[in-house]
Design a protein around this ligand. Structure first.
Ligand code: AMP
Length: 282
């Protein structure tokens, strides 16, 4: 596995592969890799000839009071995992290699970013879209894979690629969970023992919400209120950032549950802000 930090070298290498008619697959991450990330690699590996994994804690997607400076990292461990899961190239640039001091160009999909994480993290998806566009341009990847844990991100990137005719196939991959149901996240490392023990309640609440919908609940407001009440007792130390029921493609809140919906939550638990979601077919 080749380790590259220079964007131009990444671009040169991927061009060589493309010219030799190799398909390039891209797996973007912020590192501190876990089984959710390696599942994306395992998904991509048979889909391409050359697999590029990126490790980049992208500063432009973090707000001022967020965890950019404390984001966990383990470069050696990440290299070993990426190599073990078949990466041909690991791209780990420094922030100033990706952003010129006078960087001035942004890619945005505002319509899909008004709710869920976009509401509490106003510049987040602009940063994500911009860095993913840069990674697409650097690699000219034929395919790229993203996790459904970040459902809104996946919906936004799909729309961006379609609207801007980006020649890349976007693959979505299901959420990988711990055996107790907690969605894997690099940010789970922030949890204390007590918080970690309580955290599976996030998923249980979403499963209960799905049950109430399956049992006939069609009023999104009532379903959300019930989940809020449930979290107040199962996660008393948690602070709800949002509990929303939205259209899965447009990410706008729905009042009546009449077709497939996405129930999505963000909960602050100590130093961590954890997200999870569930797709509910009606
Ligand atoms: P991150 O490093 O958190 O930016 O995540 C990099 C990619 O891995 C994104 O496409 C995430 O959606 C995906 N990902 C993170 N955690 C999980 C998980 N538990 N299951 C599936 N995909 C995940």
């Amino acid at each position: 596995m080749k380790i590259v930090t220079d964007p131009q070298e990444l671009q040169r290498q991927c061009l060589v592969w493309r010219n030799a008619e190799r398909t390039v697959g891209l797996v973007p991450t912020m590192g501190f890799l876990h089984a959710g990330h390696t599942a994306l690699m395992d998904r991509m590996r048979p889909e391409c000839d050359r697999m590029v994994v990126t490790l980049f804690v992208n500063p432009t997607q973090f707000g001022e009071n967020e965890d950019l400076s404390n984001y966990p990292h383990d470069f050696e461990g990440d290299c070993a995992k990426a190599e073990a899961h078949g990466a041909d190239l690991l791209f780990a640039p420094a922030p100033d290699a990706m952003y010129a001091p006078d960087h001035a160009t942004w890619v945005e999909v505002p319509e899909l970013g008004r709710h869920l994480c976009g509401a509490s993290r106003p510049i987040h998806f602009r940063g994500v879209c911009t860095v993913v566009t840069k990674l697409f341009n650097l690699t000219r990847a034929h395919k790229a894979v993203f996790g459904q844990k970040d459902w809104q991100q996946l919906a936004i990137l799909r729309r961006m690629a379609r609207d801007l005719n980006m020649p890349v196939e976007i693959i979505g991959h299901p959420i990988v969970r711990e055996s107790d149901g907690l969605a894997l996240s690099s940010r789970n490392a922030y949890l204390t023992e007590t918080e970690r023990a309580a955290a599976p309640a996030i998923r249980r609440g979403l499963l209960n919400l799905r049950e109430t919908v399956r049992a006939g609940q069609r009023n999104a407001g009532a379903a959300r209120a019930a989940l809020k009440e449930e979290y107040a007792s199962t996660l008393p130390m948690g602070e709800v950032d949002y509990i929303e029921i939205v259209d899965p493609a447009d990410i706008v809140p729905m009042e009546d549950i009449s077709g497939p919906v996405l129930a999505a939550v963000a909960i602050r638990l100590g130093k961590a802000r954890l997200i999870d979601n569930i797709l509910i077919e009606v």
